[in-house]
Design a protein around this ligand. Structure first.
Ligand code: SF4
Length: 455
C-alpha cells in the first residue's frame, strides 16, 4: 500500500482525569506532525465525551479508583460474566458513592450508549491507523473501543502503546487480541514515526519487525522487556498539541464546559532510581517507570517557553506537571523565573519529601497550589524497606511546611499492608502519627503489586 498521505487517529478512552487533555496524545500529535509531514493526525479524547455523558461527578468518582474503573467496560466486553463483575463492583463501590447506590448495569447502559454514539459518528474507515494510549485504568475501555471500531473498519491498523503495554504486557495483548496489529513498548514517538514512514512506503512487510520498540506478529527486535526506542534529548520535542481537546470542549453546551488544566512534562523517568542505594530500582513498590529507559529532563529554558506558549495558546493558567517527580536540579531558579509578574499560575506537581522549605517557598511564589509528596510511611525502618531514601522526620517536616500560609497544599498517601512490614513498623507509625495529627491527613492506600515493581 503506497498512501499519498496517512490518516492517523490517536485515541484515549476512559478513565483519565476528564479535566485535562491527554499529554500522550498531545505529544504524539505534535511529534508525528513534524516528523512525518505526510501524516494527518487527529486526536480523540473520547474519555471527555464519556465523562460529559455520564456526568462529571460520577465519572470523577469512578476514575479515581482503578478497580471500579476497569469493571464497567469489562462487563461490556464479557457480558456472560456480568454476575461476577457486578459482585466485584458492589464490593469496591461500598462507601464510594455516599448514600446513593450506583448500579453497574446502569453505568454500563450509559457507557454503551455513549460509546455507540462516539463510534458511529466518525468515519473510522477513513483512517489508516488508530493508535490507543493505554495507561492506568484504561485497559478494558480501550479493548472495548477497539472491538467496536474494528467491526466498523476491519482494515484499520490498530496500534496500542502506553505504560500498560510495556514489554511483556504489550506482547501479551498482541497475542491475546487478534484485533491489535502492533504494540509499542516504551515511549511512542520514535517507533510510531518509523511505523508511519514504513506504512507510507512499500517495504512494510519486510521491515516492520525491525523497528525497535515496536512489537508485531511479524516479530520484534531484541527482548520485549528491553526493547526501547526513545528520543535521546527531550529538548528536541515539539510543544504538545492539545487543540483537538479544546475544540471538543468548546463544542459542548455552556453547562458542560469548564476550565481545564494543561498537562506539561519536564522529565521522563525518575532521577531517584539512579541515586537510590539500590541503584536502578528506586522505591520498592513503584512501577511508574517501566516505559522508560533511564532519566531525561528538559532544560529549564525549554520548559519555561513551553509553559508560556501553552498557557497563552489555550488561555489557561492552570497547569499540572505530569512528571513522576520534578527534577532535582535548578528547581529554585526555574520557579523563580516562572514567577513572572502578571501571570497567576495555578500549578500542581509531584515532588520528593526531601524538597526543602526554600524550594517550596519559591514554588509557591510561582503559583504552586498543590504538591503530591511520596510520604508513603511514617516509620523510618519501614521507609527503608520501601527504599524511599527518606525518614519519618523528613516526612513530618514537609507535612508541617505545607501548613505554612501561602505554601502549596499537600496530597499524599500512606501505604498499608506493604509486604515485609512488621508489628514494630506499625507501632512506630502509630507513635509518629501523633505528630502528624495537626497536618493534612494522609490517604490510606492498600499496597498493590504492579507489573515491574521491584518488590
Ligand atoms: S515512587 Fe516516585 S520517587 Fe519512587 S521510584 Fe517511583 S517515581 Fe521514583
Amino acid at each position: 500500500m503506497n498512501h499519498v498521505g496517512l490518516r492517523i487517529a490517536l485515541i484515549s478512552t476512559p478513565w483519565p482525569l476528564f479535566n485535562r487533555p491527554s499529554i500522550q496524545l498531545g505529544a504524539l500529535k505534535a511529534y508525528l506532525g513534524r516528523e512525518v509531514p505526510k501524516a494527518e493526525v487527529d486526536t480523540h479524547h473520547v474519555y471527555l465525551q464519556v465523562a460529559a455523558a455520564l456526568g462529571y461527578g460520577l465519572y470523577a468518582q469512578i476514575s479515581e479508583r482503578s478497580w471500579l474503573s476497569e469493571a464497567p467496560y469489562a462487563a461490556l466486553l464479557y457480558p456472560e460474566r456480568l454476575d461476577t463483575i457486578s459482585r466485584f463492583w458492589s464490593r469496591h463501590a461500598r462507601g464510594v458513592f455516599q448514600d446513593r447506590e450506583i448500579r453497574l448495569e446502569k453505568v454500563c447502559q450509559t457507557l454503551k450508549s455513549v460509546t455507540d454514539t462516539i463510534v458511529d459518528e466518525k468515519d473510522w474507515a477513513a483512517y489508516h491507523v488508530a493508535g490507543f494510549s493505554i495507561n492506568f485504568s484504561q485497559l478494558t475501555s480501550t479493548l472495548f473501543f477497539i472491538h467496536e471500531i474494528k467491526q466498523r473498519a476491519p482494515d484499520l491498523k490498530i496500534v496500542v502503546g502506553g505504560s500498560a503495554c510495556s514489554g511483556e504486557m504489550g506482547l501479551s495483548l498482541l497475542n491475546t487480541f487478534p484485533e491489535i496489529d502492533f504494540a509499542v513498548s516504551g515511549e511512542g514517538e520514535v517507533p510510531l514515526a518509523k511505523l508511519c514512514r514504513l506504512l507510507l512506503s512499500d517495504r512494510q512487510n519486510e521491515e516492520v519487525g525491525l523497528i525497535s520498540g515496536l512489537m508485531s506478529r511479524a516479530g520484534y527486535r531484541g527482548k520485549a522487556s528491553e526493547a526501547f526506542s526513545q528520543v535521546p534529548d527531550l529538548d528536541v520535542l515539539p510543544v504538545p498539541d492539545y487543540s483537538d481537546y479544546f475544540q471538543l470542549l468548546n463544542s459542548f453546551s455552556p453547562q458542560k464546559r469548564f476550565f481545564p488544566k494543561i498537562p506539561v512534562e519536564m522529565s521522563r523517568g525518575c532521577w531517584w532510581r539512579k541515586h537510590s542505594s539500590k541503584k536502578g530500582r528506586g522505591c520498592a513498590f513503584c512501577n511508574l517507570n517501566i516505559q522508560w529507559n533511564g532519566y531525561r529532563a528538559k532544560s529549564p529554558e525549554k520548559m519555561l517557553s513551553e509553559i508560556r506558549l501553552l498557557s497563552e495558546k489555550y488561555e489557561t493558567l492552570s497547569l499540572s506537571f505530569m512528571d513522576n517527580l520534578l527534577p532535582n536540579k535548578d528547581l529554585t531558579s526555574f520557579f523563580k523565573k516562572l514567577a513572572s509578574p502578571g501571570k497567576e499560575f495555578r500549578l500542581f506537581a509531584e515532588v520528593r519529601a526531601s524538597t526543602s522549605r526554600e524550594e517550596l517557598a519559591t514554588m509557591a511564589s510561582a503559583g504552586m497550589r498543590y504538591i503530591q509528596v511520596g510520604i508513603e510511611a511514617l516509620s523510618t525502618p519501614l521507609l527503608k524497606k520501601l527504599n524511599k531514601g527518606t525518614t519519618a522526620i523528613e516526612n513530618l517536616e514537609i507535612m508541617k511546611n505545607c501548613e505554612t500560609p501561602g505554601f502549596p497544599g499537600l496530597v499524599s498517601n500512606l501505604i498499608l499492608h506493604f509486604p515485609g512490614s512488621e508489628q514494630s513498623d506499625v507501632a512506630d507509625t502509630l507513635a509518629n502519627m501523633e505528630f502528624a495529627m495537626p497536618f493534612q491527613p494522609l490517604k490510606p492506600t492498600p499496597f498493590w503489586l504492579g507489573y515491574g515493581s521491584p518488590v
